[in-house]
Design a protein around this ligand. Structure first.
Ligand code: GLU
Length: 430
């Protein structure tokens, strides 16, 4: 997990990118960097190991002008956290810059081929391979940046959300995603891109959630274009209204977000329960269960899949569901489940739990369960994230953004929803 941000508009991109990175710093803090294209088309990169504040120190006094830019806060997967491995990464000629969230599984073979064609690599990252591949394709096929990005992504196995800019192109930003989140914020005469919507709060509430295997083309002064990676056809664009306020993102007088989030729990639990306990406290109603009563009545087994903190919530959920519903319940770590060839059929319900709704292993587990015919239910915090969009049904925990890395209010929200779910399904099954 890491955070990417991008901006194209009439304001100074650097200021918006730095603020956006700070809002995304909970996603990764090994290093941070920005690439800016100034009005003359010159591409400049500033990057540094450590937190966003380190980046600000090294960039202070440097030229950070430009109305187009991309930025990254890293959680290293390939190569140690240092200045060289920090994103953005540049192509060999210095013409193309790219930020990436995810992992390129076949980077070693691509790197070998590129090296045979004379490409040299500065970093140990998988990401640098992608930017070099884009340049190689662009030069050898004499095509546009967009065509080169598309062609390169067709050769890549793995997970990515990327943003790409090019020297001499101060009016174009290209993004794409597969298994890593990417949101486009559509403002007036300006467009934002980021790993989640927090960097755009205060600027716009109009957002597009890019889907897997889609490329977004953002050109100054033109409407955002979304294309399918596979057939290059325009996709339907669904602009949604963002329900997130600036106040929800601030620390509210606490020293840290984690402390704030611990003390928020009485109100987040109230929000989580609101409208879900009815008939004078005699009945629980969850629309995700109510709309799928037959599935829950006829289910022969429930499997809870999750990672990390959500997996711990699942262990509590197992006890509750067994107690109240009198049916077998299993808990699986999503990363084990997805590789374990699980035996599932249409009598199975798989409940996936994730705060962000973007946990890659949990998403893969969901796809597998769906392919085997199971009914998949999601318990998630982030509205509109990949998990709620992929599952058959589900429940939001409604605890607001959790910025602290060690989970607090999201965990209690998950346990609360699991309790409601156990009661609701228990009622249904008598
Ligand atoms: N795989 C890339 C790297 O190690 C990106 C990691 C991330 O998502 O921050 O640099």
């Amino acid at each position: 997990m890491c955070g990417i941000v991008g901006y194209i508009g009439s304001n100074r991109a650097y200021d918006i990118l730095i603020q956006g990175l700070k809002r995304l710093e909970y996603r990764g803090y090994d290093s941070a960097g920005v690439a800016l294209v100034d009005c003359d088309g010159k591409l400049k990169i500033h990057k540094s190991q450590g937190k966003v504040s380190n980046l600000e120190s090294i960039a202070s006094g440097a030229n950070v002008e430009g109305h187009l830019g991309i930025a990254h806060t890293r959680w290293a997967t390939h190569g140690e956290p240092n200045d060289i491995n920090a994103h953005p990464h540049m192509s060999q000629s210095g013409m193309i810059a790219l930020v990436h969230n995810g992992t390129i599984e076949n980077y070693a073979v691509l790197k070998k081929v590129l090296m045979e064609h004379g490409y040299e690599f500065k970093s140990e990252t998988d990401t640098e391979v992608l930017v070099q591949l884009i340049e190689y394709i662009k030069l050898t096929s004499s095509c546009t940046l967009l065509e080169a990005v598309r062609e390169a992504l067709l050769q890549v196995d793995g997970a990515y959300a990327i943003a790409v800019v090019e020297q001499n192109e101060p009016d174009t930003l290209i993004v794409a995603r597969k298994s890593s989140p990417l949101v486009i914020g559509v403002g007036e005469d300006e467009t934002f891109i980021a790993s989640d919507a927090t960097p755009m709060v205060g600027y716009t509430d109009q957002v597009i959630y890019l889907k897997d295997n889609e490329i977004g083309v953002i050109r100054r002064g033109e409407p955002v274009q979304v294309l399918s990676l596979f057939n290059n056809e325009p996709s339907t664009i669904n602009i949604q209204k963002l329900k997130l306020s600036l106040a929800q993102l601030e620390k509210g007088g606490y020293d840290t977000f984690m402390l704030k989030e611990i003390f928020e729990q009485p109100s987040t639990l109230r929000d989580c329960l609101r409208g879900r306990i009815v008939d004078n406290c005699r009945r629980v109603t969850l629309s995700g269960v109510d709309l799928n009563q037959e599935r829950f009545k006829s289910a022969e087994r429930i499997t809870l899949v999750a990672c990390g903190t959500s997996w711990h919530a699942a262990l509590i959920g197992k006890r509750l569901i067994q107690d109240f519903c009198k049916m077998p319940v299993e808990v699986e770590y999503a990363s084990e489940f997805r590789y374990g060839n699980p035996v599932l059929n249409e009598k199975d319900i798989v409940i996936s739990i994730s705060q962000s709704g973007e946990t890659a292993d949990t998403l893969a587990a969901i796809e597998l369960a769906k392919a085997k015919g199971a009914f998949v239910y999601g318990i998630c915090n982030v509205v509109g994230a990949s998990i709620p969009r992929t599952t058959d049904s589900g429940t939001y925990i409604h605890v607001g953004p959790e910025i602290g890395v060690a989970s607090t209010k999201a965990f209690t929200g998950q346990v609360t929803v699991l309790t409601l779910l156990a009661l609701s399904v228990g009622q249904l099954r008598g």
